[in-house]
Ligand binder design. Structure first.
Ligand SMILES: [Zn+2]
Length: 282
């Protein structure tokens, strides 16, 4: 088995998580930029965060044989904060970087006019830079937020096959399925979506354009729920090839639209000087 987690916030995870993920066949991850829990007060905080997403974090992942890429954006939770808006002007330089494979997470949190404008502007940036877009759907009022998201995507003129709409559930999957966009699902231990519910959705809607992630961050989450979903698929009668399609080939196809996926990290290098850092040197 090989697993590609297309949405996981490794910045908030420890090396124990990387060890467990590598042991459980997670070979590739994409880390979308998002908020950091506490609101950021200036654009400089984003510069350091973005730099770590394309520098330090891929290096850290590679020590465990895991390929790491990022998506870059001004996230919906901070898009309405006037202190953060200048981040929009910083994005073009990051969208040219080798390990940036999409614009994201963009979309709605509270569905304000400020979020509207940031969303539209960043969909246009995705088009300008030849990148796909990763769209977060709000956790409150999800059906209305998803409908509005799809309206904005359609109005922007970006091809639906270049857009993934994430954090879906049984209520919203049908809308996105019909739109032609990719469908993302975040599997959580307690809330939102579980492996058995995910298997039911795959049975009903098929495997095309399906992306399954663990979204693991600082909240109660588990970076191995992609693997648990794979096991639940097999137990439900899906084939090994079906699992490979949903949990490897689909994310490769979606982020491959960037032309920048590099899945070859080579063997973890035990002699590399940086390893001592990860092993608790300083
Ligand atoms: Zn996220």
């Amino acid at each position: 088995m090989r697993i590609f987690d297309p949405h996981i916030h490794m910045t908030s995870r420890t090396t124990d998580d990387y060890t467990r993920m590598a042991a459980a066949s997670v070979r590739a991850v994409v880390e979308p930029s998002f908020w950091l829990g506490q609101p950021r007060s200036n654009p400089g905080s984003f510069i350091d965060y973005f730099d770590s997403l394309i520098g330090w974090e891929p290096y850290r992942a590679a020590q465990f044989g895991i390929s790491h890429h990022a998506t870059i954006a001004l996230n919906p939770k901070e898009a309405g904060d006037p202190r953060c808006r200048p981040v929009l002007d910083l994005l073009p330089r990051y969208l040219e970087k080798d390990r940036v494979v999409a614009v994201g997470e963009i979309g709605y949190d509270s569905m304000t006019p400020e979020e509207d404008s940031a969303f539209e502007l960043q969909l246009a940036l995705a088009e300008d830079h030849g990148l796909p877009a990763l769209v977060h759907t709000p956790h409150r009022d999800k059906a209305r937020g998803t409908r509005r998201t799809l309206d904005v995507v359609a109005a922007a003129g970006i091809a639906p096959e270049k857009v993934a709409v994430d954090h879906l559930n049984e209520v919203t999957v049908g809308l996105v399925h019909d739109s032609g966009c990719w469908m993302g699902f975040s599997i959580y231990p307690e809330t939102k979506m579980s492996p058995p519910r995910m298997v039911d959705i795959l049975r009903r809607y098929g495997l095309d354009r399906m992306l399954v992630n663990s979204a693991a961050d600082w909240g109660i989450s588990d970076p191995l729920l992609t693997v648990e979903t794979a096991k639940a698929m097999l137990a439900a009668g899906f084939t090994v090839d079906d699992v490979d399609r949903v949990l490897w080939r689909n994310p490769v196809a979606f982020y491959g639209l960037s032309g920048r996926l590099d899945l070859d990290v080579g063997a973890p290098d035990a002699t590399h000087e940086g390893n001592s850092v990860l092993r608790g040197g300083e």
